[in-house]
Design a protein around this ligand. Structure first.
Ligand code: ZN
Length: 383
C-alpha cells in the first residue's frame, strides 16, 4: 500500500496548491457556492483556492486610475479596500499628451512610464481611443466605462448563469471529490489492517473499480465543462476562455472546474458593485462605508498637480452620481452608514470619520492625515 500512500499524498498536495496565486495588488475575492451568493470576501494579495467543488470566485480590484474629459491620473478614487492600494507617485497626463499606452508584466504603461496595475478596468487601447476623441464624445465614453464597472444587476445575473451552467460539472466533481476522500482515508488511516484479512482482500479487489469510477467522473466533468465553456458568453476585453487541457491532464485541478470556468467570466467591476450584487448585508454595508468614506475623506495626495486634482474632482463626482441610486436601491443611506460612533470611553472627544478611531483630543488629525470630527456626547442620557 505504500505506493498508494505517495500517490494520494501527491494528489492532495497538488489539489491544495492549485489556484494559489499572489496578485500584483491586493485583490477582492468574493467566494460563493450553489446559491450564487458570496459567502466569503477576502482582500489580500494572496488568492487562496476554495476547498469545495461547488465554489466559484469573483476576483476584482479597486479601480487603479481616475479619468476625466481633461486627462487621466493614477490616483485611485472611491477605493473600497483597506488599506487602499496607492501609487508611490501620482502621475497625471492630459489626453493631448498621451502618445502611447501598453501593458507589460501586469502593469499599464503610459508614454513609456509605468502608470498603474493592469486590472482590466480599462485597457491600453481604450485609453488611446479616449485620447483621440473630441471632448463631448470622450466624456460620454468615460461615463460608459464607469457605468460598466457599476452593474450589480448584471453581475447577479451572470453569477446565476455560471452556477446553472456548471451544475453538471459540479455534480461530477463532488462525487469524484468524495470518493477520492474515502479512498484516501481508507489508505492513509490503514483501515485495511483493522478490518481483518478476509474483508481487506475483498475491498482491495474492488479498489480498482472505485478508482475507475473516479476516473470516469473526471472525464465526464471535463466533457461537460467543455460544453459549458462554449455557452458562457464572455465580455470583452476579458474575452479569453480558460483552457481545459491542463485540468484534463491533472485530475486534482479538475476538482475546481466551476471556479476555473468563472475566470474572466465576470466583467471588471468596482468592488462595491460586486458586494451590492452578491454580498450579504454586512459585506454590502462594509464595502459601502469604505467606498463612501474614501470619496468624502480621501487620503491626502502625495502630489498636488492641478491637473491631478481636477481629474480627481471630476471623477469623484461622476462616481458619486452613479453610486447614489445604487446605494438607494440597496437601502444603504450615507447618512446612516456615516453616523458618529458611540464613544468607546468617557475620555473620547473626537473620531476619524474615515477609519472610526477615537481620540481624547477635541480636534486634530488621525495618523492617516484625516481631520477629526467631534464626538457628540449625549451626556449620559442613554437612548
Ligand atoms: Zn483615520
Amino acid at each position: 500500500m505504500s505506493e498508494w500512500t505517495s500517490v494520494i499524498a501527491v494528489y492532495w498536495v497538488l489539489w491544495a496548491v492549485d489556484g494559489l496565486k499572489r496578485a500584483r495588488v491586493r485583490t477582492f475575492s468574493f467566494v460563493g457556492n450553489d446559491s450564487a451568493r458570496a459567502r466569503r470576501l477576502i482582500y489580500d494579495r494572496w488568492m487562496l483556492p476554495a476547498a469545495l467543488p461547488t465554489s466559484w470566485r469573483l476576483n476584482t480590484t479597486d479601480v487603479p486610475l481616475a479619468l476625466s474629459p481633461a486627462g487621466v491620473s493614477n490616483q485611485p478614487i472611491a477605493s473600497t479596500g483597506r488599506p487602499p492600494e496607492v501609487p508611490a507617485r501620482i502621475q497625471a497626463w492630459r489626453w493631448a499628451e498621451l502618445r502611447e499606452a501598453g501593458v507589460a508584466r501586469g502593469w499599464l504603461y503610459l508614454n513609456g512610464q509605468p502608470f498603474c496595475p493592469d486590472t482590466g478596468h480599462v485597457t491600453a487601447a481604450q485609453l488611446l481611443a479616449l485620447a483621440r476623441l473630441a471632448e463631448p464624445e470622450r466624456e460620454r465614453q468615460i461615463q460608459n466605462l464607469i457605468r460598466g464597472w457599476l452593474r450589480p444587476v448584471h453581475l447577479r445575473r451572470r453569477a446565476r448563469v455560471l452556477v446553472g451552467r456548471t451544475a453538471g460539472v459540479v455534480s461530477c466533481n463532488l462525487a469524484a471529490f468524495l470518493l477520492t476522500l474515502v479512498i484516501s482515508v481508507y489508505v492513509l488511516a490503514d483501515i485495511a489492517t483493522k478490518l481483518g484479512e478476509e474483508r481487506a482482500a475483498v475491498i482491495a479487489g474492488r479498489l480498482p473499480i472505485v478508482v475507475g469510477v473516479v476516473f470516469a467522473l473526471h472525464v465526464a466533468a471535463i466533457i461537460i465543462a467543455g460544453r459549458a465553456r462554449k455557452r458562457l458568453r464572455r465580455v470583452p476585453p476579458s474575452s479569453r476562455a480558460p483552457g481545459l487541457l491542463s485540468p484534463a491532464m491533472m485530475p486534482p485541478q479538475a476538482l475546481r472546474l466551476r471556479a476555473l470556468l468563472g475566470e474572466n467570466y465576470f466583467p471588471a467591476s468596482h468592488p462595491l458593485a460586486v458586494a451590492l450584487a452578491l454580498g450579504d448585508r454586512s459585506m454590502r454595508e462594509q464595502c459601502a462605508f469604505n467606498t463612501i468614506g474614501d470619496l468624502r475623506w480621501p487620503l491626502p495626495a502625495r502630489a498636488d498637480s492641478a491637473l491631478a486634482q481636477e481629474i480627481a474632482a471630476w471623477f469623484a463626482a461622476a462616481l458619486q452620481a452613479r453610486l447614489t441610486p445604487l446605494l438607494e436601491a440597496a437601502q444603504l443611506s450615507a447618512g446612516k452608514l456615516l453616523q458618529p460612533p458611540a464613544p468607546d470611553s468617557p475620555a473620547s472627544r473626537s473620531y476619524c470619520p474615515r477609519c472610526r478611531s477615537q481620540f481624547v483630543t477635541p480636534s486634530g488629525r488621525c495618523p492617516h492625515g484625516i481631520e477629526l470630527a467631534p464626538l457628540v456626547r449625549t451626556d449620559g442620557s442613554p437612548r
